[in-house]
Design a protein around this ligand. Structure first.
Ligand SMILES: NC(=O)c1ccc[n+]([C@@H]2O[C@H](COP(=O)([O-])OP(=O)(O)OC[C@H]3O[C@@H](n4cnc5c(N)ncnc54)[C@H](O)[C@@H]3O)[C@@H](O)[C@H]2O)c1
Length: 246
């Protein structure tokens, strides 16, 4: 990863934060983004202490101007962009619902943050990857996209949309050596889901344990690296085997 410039959205917490640290261990150049300035500054300081070439860019991934700024600044500062990890996302079990009870405003927000962000980040990153004659985009979907999930209609739709978009982008930009893949995490121990996990436990997970942010981070690293050079348009569940069950 030494010569790679890697952009990770939602890097102030959970999966994104751990993934940034894994890339740092492999000497990548990092651009970390989040909407939470205080937490992102903490992450930036940790990475600087590790001796990494890093810049933190605060921004809302659902806003075109913020996303354009993120990608332009990456290019201006580091000269190129090799890897984009579209990780930022929200899961609002208290506000999400079935379609009848779901407020339009909540639907719009979840779809914007989880799905429109993937469109926007890819829109502004891909031209730099084309210039560079290649790149790897890793989209974070969810196991929730592979089956229905009661009262979680905006979340499941947003994550399902990521799967379709991943496949379309893979066939559109393969000729530029840009690979586009998605990961569907199962239940991963992060601030996003801590409360739900305490309540539910893991009886339905064949590997019998909660997933850790590094379980996802290591798969992201694989998809970013040349080790996965013939993979594109793939949807990879990283869920301890839960999606294999009937
Ligand atoms: N934790 C799980 O069990 C699980 C399972 C499946 C999928 N996922 C997905 O993994 C991704 C990361 O989740 P996590 O568990 O690490 O969550 P997290 O809440 O720990 O981290 C998500 C980060 O995204 C940031 N963010 C939210 N809205 C943003 C915006 N508009 N612009 C920029 N940043 C924004 C948050 O501030 C936060 O730092 C999400 O897309 C989530 O849907 C998580």
């Amino acid at each position: 990863m030494r010569d790679k410039v890697v952009v990770i959205t939602g890097a102030a917490s959970g999966i994104g934060r751990r993934t940034a640290a894994l890339f740092a261990e492999k000497n990548a150049t990092l651009v970390v983004n989040d909407i939470n300035e205080a937490k992102l500054r903490e992450v930036e300081a940790e990475l600087v202490n590790l001796g990494v070439n890093v810049t933190a860019i605060i921004g809302d991934v659902s806003k075109a101007s913020d996303v354009q700024g993120l990608m332009t600044e990456t290019k201006e500062r580091f000269g190129k962009l090799d890897v984009l990890c579209n990780n930022a996302g929200v899961w609002w079990p208290d506000k999400d619902s079935d379609v009848v009870h779901l407020e339009e405003e909540i639907w719009d927000k979840i779809i914007s943050i989880n799905l429109k962000s993937v469109y926007l980040c890819s829109k502004f990153a891909i031209p730099y990857m084309v210039e560079n004659n290649g790149g790897s985009i890793i989209n974070i979907s969810s196991m929730a996209a592979l089956r229905g999930w009661k009262n979680m209609d905006a979340y499941t739709a947003s994550k399902g949309g990521i799967i379709s978009l991943t496949k379309s982008m893979a066939i559109e930009f393969g000729k530029h050596h840009i690979r586009v893949n998605a990961i569907c995490p199962g239940s991963i121990k992060t601030p996003l889901t801590e409360k739900a996990q305490e309540e539910v436990g893991y009886p339905s997970t064949p590997l019998g344990r909660v997933g850790l942010p590094e379980d996802i981070g290591k798969t992201i690293m694989f998809l970013a690296s040349e080790d996965s050079s013939y993979l594109t348009g793939c949807i990879i569940p990283v869920d301890g085997g839960r999606s294999a069950r009937q």
